[in-house]
Design a protein around this ligand. Structure first.
Ligand SMILES: Nc1ncnc2c1ncn2[C@@H]1O[C@H](COP(=O)(O)OP(=O)(O)OP(=O)(O)O)[C@@H](O)[C@H]1O
Length: 264
């Protein structure tokens, strides 16, 4: 059930810009990776390449030893789930139906959902505190509620590799923490360890919840390793082009931007 994802000498470009240059890295089961970096650094582009949705400029992405581009779509969908940065709802389907759509790779025979599919959908809604939303129309949800439904749908797909593009961007602090608690439990405490890779702009949440981080600087450089080493004040300051310091209180640490007095 575990998924083994690796990239070898991966290069990604956008027009004439190199976003990632010759990155080699393995992403192991049980690891929770945060992809961080400034706007336009290439986080979404990297997630799309890891998902097999776009072809890299050079190098390869392999899942379970097979190039992601060579997988049959239905097989790949059982091995990796992707939560895109935004969703567009054309119809007012119920929350339960939206979550059930992600069971598509598991349907057999005539394509009817089984009790197991329904159970998986309800379990995903339950774990994210969305049980009471099941019969609501998606168009009636707030932005944060819609994002949690998208996360429930991604979990419901029950793939051992989760790729999540800014899954917390519309959530308040309480729900950000709740979702990260659910995700880290999902990665580490099930008998089949899962790999989670998510992009995020909150470096402190990333330091607290991710086991590993991949910091893109927008110029092709990527630092990868244990989250607290990669998301250091020094490296984050360089990547984001603004001085940050790490402050400590008891067992807590936080990266904060240095106060700058505007020049008159
Ligand atoms: N078709 C294209 N032509 C030119 N540049 C492109 C094209 N597609 C994407 N880009 C550029 O590639 C860069 C990386 O985009 P990407 O969405 O991966 O960044 P990101 O790190 O996810 O950013 P954000 O934090 O703003 O979501 C951006 O500068 C974007 O403008």
């Amino acid at each position: 059930m575990n998924a083994s994802l690796r990239v070898d000498r991966l290069s990604l470009r956008a027009a004439s810009r190199t976003l990632v240059a010759e990155l080699t890295q393995a992403f192991a089961p049980g690891e929770v990776w945060c992809i961080a970096g400034p706007n336009g650094a290439g986080k979404t582009t990297l997630l799309a390449a890891l998902a097999g949705l776009s072809k890299p400029a050079a190098g390869s992405v392999s899942l379970d030893g097979i190039d992601v581009g060579d997988w049959r779509a239905a097989d790949l969908a059982r091995r990796r789930a992707l939560m895109p940065q935004s969703t567009h709802d054309a119809f007012n389907a119920t929350v339960l139906d939206i979550v059930m759509l992600n069971r598509f790779p598991h349907l057999t025979g005539w394509g009817w959902e089984s009790d197991a599919d329904l159970h998986a959908a309800h379990a995903a809604l339950d774990v994210l505190g969305l049980a009471s939303f099941a019969m609501r129309g998606v168009l009636s949800l707030s932005g944060g509620e819609r994002q949690r439904v998208a996360l429930a749908a991604t979990l419901c797909q029950d793939a051992p590799l989760l790729l999540l593009d800014e899954p917390l961007s519309h959530l308040d602090l309480h729900h950000q923490i709740e979702c990260l608690d659910v995700l880290t439990a999902w990665a580490r405490y099930r008998s089949d360890s899962r790999t989670i890779i998510f992009s995020c702009h909150d470096l402190n949440l990333a330091r607290r919840y991710a086991t590993h981080a991949l910091l893109l600087d927008g110029a092709g450089h990527a630092h990868a390793g244990p989250a607290r080493d990669v998301l250091s004040a020094e490296r984050a300051s360089a990547a984001f082009g603004y001085p940050l310091i790490l402050i400590h209180q008891g067992d807590h640490e936080a990266l904060v931007p240095v106060m700058r007095v505007p020049e008159l």
